[in-house]
Design a protein. Structure first.
Length: 93
């Protein structure tokens, strides 16, 4: 189901504190909200009211959040490994 403009704006507001609370998960949700927001038209009007934004501001926030995730995400599978020990290898003698 596609997110509405209101849901996207709520997510941008709710998850913008990812750095303050130190949450990579919140930063990832913020990134999703930024990407959804950037997919919207840069301006909309309806019944005499209009809404506009500067895409570059959101793009800057998106890049900042991506850098935060890259620097703080410890759940990467590339950093973890499994080593199987056997009686002939890997045990202390």
């Amino acid at each position: 189901m596609a997110a509405t403009v209101t849901q996207i704006l709520d997510d941008l507001s709710d998850y913008s504190d990812y750095e303050e609370v130190g949450s990579v998960a919140r930063a990832k949700t913020f990134i999703t909200a930024c990407r959804r927001f950037l997919a919207l038209p840069a301006s909309q009007s309806d019944q005499g009211s209009s809404l506009g934004y500067t895409p570059q501001l959101i793009a800057n926030e998106l890049q900042f959040a991506r850098r935060y995730v890259a620097a703080n995400d410890t759940s990467s599978t590339a950093a973890s490994s499994v080593r199987f020990l056997s009686a002939s290898e890997g045990f202390r003698r």
